[in-house]
Design a protein around this ligand. Sequence first.
Ligand code: SF4
Ligand code: SF4
Length: 352
Amino acid sequence: MENNVPKDAPKKIDNCCTLKSNYTIDTSILKQYDQRNLIFNRIHNDASWKGYNKNTEKQGLRNITEKRRGYTRIDYALAEAAWTVHDVWTGAFNWNRFIRPGGSSLMGEKWYQDIYKVENLDVISRKLKKAAKFYGASLVGITELDRRWLFINKRNLTPLKLPNEIKSVIVMAFEMNELGIAASPTCLAAAATGLGYSMMAFTASCLSEFIRNLGYIAIPAGNDIALSIPLAIDAGLGQLGRNGLLITPEYGPRVRICKIFTNLPLVPDKPLTFGVNDFCRQCKLCAEACEVGAISMEENPSFQPACKSNNPGVLKWYVDAEKCYEFWCDNGTDCSTCIAVCPYNKRRKIPP
Ligand code: SF4
Ligand code: SF4
């Protein structure tokens, strides 16, 4: 088991390697995250920050006018359209069963109302995972809900109250298009990202409805409700990298993550360790490639946050989300360079 605890780490640490997962927490610091600090909320609520009221539009229009390679009108059309399912279908992350307009199901409205009796936890967990992949997930894992990862508020800053019966989280990862991500920071990488979000919306809504059809609660979320990466780590999907992203054995950091909170009884998966901490100590490729130095070059992880948008209390390399977002504005679209250069971002052989 890896141990990434530096010699000068605070004493009151809860080294989760031996308990539940493979990160180290300072329980005297860690708090549930307040989404007011989320970088995308600070664009509108933090006038003290350089990124206040800034977006990618100004540079994006300049890029189109100049016909920059990877930033043409066609490239922007591709990237913006990739978000369609996620952005347009706002019901995808509904907390309740969808109402089908005017008898759209031949099965009517009674058959799903009894609660399905789970007789074998292994069997239902296996079937649930098969369903997740059937609907489009690349990877799926299950964890008990650790409520420390829940936000204190929703994305719209209203208080978050998750029902007490919720005990499990199903975490899904979606592979992003490898050639698109390789073209970062152009619009082609942004298109791969947008498509990842649309796939999240599609799959999370279908799988949630599958769970509701069994009579259980299903609350789907993209980036809302809780921190996705610690939940994904708890669910055995991968480890945390220097770039602040989930590193999976299958696709490295080239995934998007969503999750479903449920009271369906399930068997949790075990966290996974495959050498990421030690590798990231030496590698630093993402930090070198980041054009604005948003990723730490320090050899060891620390408890020192890089900016107000970080959630302190976990031993890791903190990423400066302010510098990152400011680069997106200057670039004219979002960036995935720290995903593209990561050696764990395996590339399948492309047939001749
Ligand atoms: S997304 Fe781009 S700007 Fe942001 S940390 Fe990664 S490489 Fe740096
Ligand atoms: S690029 Fe290297 S240092 Fe960065 S996350 Fe990947 S393996 Fe770790």
